[in-house]
Design a protein around this ligand. Structure first.
Ligand SMILES: Nc1ncnc2c1ncn2[C@@H]1O[C@H](COP(=O)(O)OP(=O)(O)OP(=O)(O)O)[C@@H](O)[C@H]1O
Ligand SMILES: [Mg+2]
Length: 250
């Protein structure tokens, strides 16, 4: 689903933000990406949806080498990848509907389809009644949920979120994570960058840790649900042994 082969990224005039990164995220996995400020988390996410291109190595997403996608085809790549940005990136002068339906609109969907899709996506985050509101009329948590609805509108196979709970109080953070878990249960692959160790411990799953641009950890934490039954524990063990082989050269 997402494969990195010896990926490096150097910004113009800068040091390497990422170096020699190799890992693989299989379909349907729930992955946290953590590490100190400046470790390269945002850069790694941007490489996946082609906001940045790698300086070295290859990135394959859904079997497609993302660096070789021509610029005109990038909206099609993004059709399969939903992105929730840390600062929401909602357009203030556009309504919730216009913000959420941006991707289907540029992909050529008619207005009725855009409305239906926007409604469905907003319903999933509990905001189906706010189509006509402007972003600044919403609370921070509501804006974050609109950003999630926009990322979900095309039923992406992969959902990427950069510090999605960074500016939210603990109750809203839990609500956002509950939405992510629900999305995951529908089969979506999730990659969430966060500093929040408490959230990671509570939700569990796979945790990739970046330090100074390199991968310093790849752990599988049990989730509270997994601990409930032996069958689930077996599942964790087999996934762990699968992961153990993932660092092998391909
Ligand atoms: N557009 C850019 N131009 C030059 N250098 C950049 C750019 N974006 C990031 N960097 C540098 O790349 C490194 C990694 O930055 P990145 O934003 O990926 O870190 P991060 O782990 O997301 O940090 P944070 O937790 O603070 O968001 C940093 O040293 C940063 O200064
Ligand atoms: Mg960042």
């Amino acid at each position: 689903m997402i494969q990195f082969f010896n990926v490096g990224k150097r910004y113009p005039g800068g040091q390497h933000a990422l170096r020699e990164l190799s890992f693989e995220i299989p379909r349907g996995q729930f992955v946290f990406l953590t590490g100190p400020s400046g470790a390269g988390k945002t850069t790694l996410l941007k490489l996946i949806f082609r906001e940045e291109v790698p300086s070295e190595g290859q990135i394959v997403v859904n079997g497609r080498n993302v660096s070789s996608v021509p610029p005109g085809k990038i909206p099609f790549l993004r059709r399969t990848i939903g992105v929730v940005f840390q600062n929401f990136r909602l357009i203030p002068r556009k309504t919730v509907f216009e913000n959420v339906s941006f991707l289907p609109r540029i992909l050529g969907a008619d207005t009725a389809t855009q409305k239906r899709l926007a409604h469905e996506a907003l319903d999933r985050v509990g905001l189906g009644h706010r189509l006509g509101a402007f972003p600044l009329e919403l609370s921070g948590g509501e804006q974050q949920r609109v950003a999630i609805a926009r990322a979900l509108i095309n039923e992406p196979e992969i959902l990427i979120a950069d510090e999605p709970t960074g500016n939210l109080d603990p109750e809203l953070s839990k609500e956002i994570l509950r939405i992510f878990e629900e999305i995951h249960h529908r089969g979506t692959t999730l990659l969430i960058a966060t500093h929040d160790r408490e959230t990671i411990q509570r939700i569990g799953g796979r945790v990739l840790t970046l330090e100074a641009g390199t991968l310093s950890g790849d752990q599988l934490l049990p989730s509270p649900r997994d601990l409930r039954s032996e069958a689930d524990t077996d599942l964790i063990t087999s996934t762990e042994s699968d992961l153990a082989t993932e660092g092998e050269p391909l």
